[in-house]
Design a protein. Structure first.
Length: 350
């Protein structure tokens, strides 16, 4: 069904109905992983990715659009909790209307404007969990003003369908198709350029949790979060920093059946350093998470992901190392647990 819809969409884009310049492209990626704790290794996470992008042909046209469809386990979709039931996923699909050069309205599945995204979502995402590379379905208004930029958005759900909890790259952090999912989320993001190439920002989001256990589809849970962040960019160097606070009031029936605390709360810190040199890019991501949930006795957990990627022409080659002493589950609970691995990733685009 999804492939059929994609073919129809391609036909429309290629026809005269769409007044835009359209480009088609694609990519393939896969990686070799080595888990140091268990001495396991494998090639995997393979994926075929198709891209469709459209922009106005003339100055009098205001429409833009973009879509990305992934096939394969490397698409980073959760097939047990997505809308397709397999490894195929529409990572994004949005249409935007521009009001002049500084205002736009976007509808569809697009990036949630909350803090910043890491240079490589895996393994760099780490303890941004639930607040990293989110792609949700809804409406978004973007505006650029003289002294600040802002984004205001409403996301009806975090994926297509009535039970999916799949945010693709940042999934497995918002319940499941049999427990609860994120819905009716309002988001605001404000960015202020303080000096040249340096920006501070504030992101806020608040929404509901819809329980999926009884079939009643009650929205008796809530979630809210805030982030204060910094972005710096100097020629070959980039630096990012963020503080995130998150809270989740779980649905009552889920709390009664699992024995979890009604309110889950924690804080995170994130840093990213990037250095560009010719065809090379050196990256260091670091995150910390602090549990504030009543009864959670876990200590502060930390994760590091140093890496390097090389632009060989048609794509990139990544070498990355991930080490962490904890993790964050589907309910946003913090747990302790050691994990470390090496990843060698290849991709190419056409």
């Amino acid at each position: 069904m999804r492939l059929f819809l994609l073919v129809i969409f391609l036909g429309l884009v290629n026809g005269n109905q769409v007044f835009a310049t359209t480009t088609f492209s694609g990519g393939i990626w896969y990686n070799f992983s080595y888990l140091t704790e268990t001495d396991e290794s494998q090639f995997g996470d393979e994926a075929l990715v198709l891209y469709i992008d459209g922009k106005p042909k003339t100055r009098n046209e205001n429409w833009r659009y973009s879509a990305e469809v992934r096939f394969g386990p490397g698409g980073f979709s959760d097939r047990e909790n997505n809308s397709s039931g397999d490894y195929s996923v529409i990572h994004k699909a949005w249409v935007a209307f521009d009001f002049g050069k500084k205002h736009s309205l976007t509808i569809g599945k697009s990036q949630v404007p909350f803090a910043w995204k890491t240079a490589n979502f895996w393994p760099g995402d780490m303890f941004q969990a639930a607040y990293g590379d989110q792609m949700d379905v809804g409406l978004k208004f973007d505006a650029d003003y003289k002294y600040f930029d802002m984004s205001l958005a409403y996301f009806h759900a975090d994926d297509w369908g009535s039970t999916s909890t799949d945010s693709t790259d940042d999934n497995r952090h918002w319940g499941s198709s049999t427990t609860y999912r994120k819905v009716h989320t309002w988001v605001a993001d404000f960015r202020v350029p303080v000096v040249r190439n340096q920006t501070v920002g504030l992101s806020l989001q608040s929404g509901e949790l819809e329980e999926l256990m009884t079939g009643n589809r009650d929205t008796d849970g809530q979630h809210q979060a805030a982030a204060l962040y910094y972005l710096g960019d100097w020629k070959n160097w980039q630096f990012k920093a963020e503080y995130i606070w998150g809270e989740r009031d779980l649905p009552n029936i889920y709390v009664s059946q699992t024995g979890l605390p009604e309110t889950i709360e924690n804080q995170r810190l994130g840093l990213e350093f990037i250095f560009d040199w010719q065809q090379w890019q050196f990256i260091l991501d670091a995150t910390w998470a602090f549990p504030d949930t009543q009864g959670n006795e876990a200590d502060t957990i930390v994760a590091y992901a140093p890496g390097v990627k090389f632009d060989y022409g048609p794509g990139w080659i990544y070498l990355e190392y991930l080490t962490q002493d904890g993790w964050i589950d589907r309910d946003m609970q913090i747990h302790e647990g050691d994990f470390s691995a090496w990843y060698l990733t290849f991709d190419f685009y056409f």
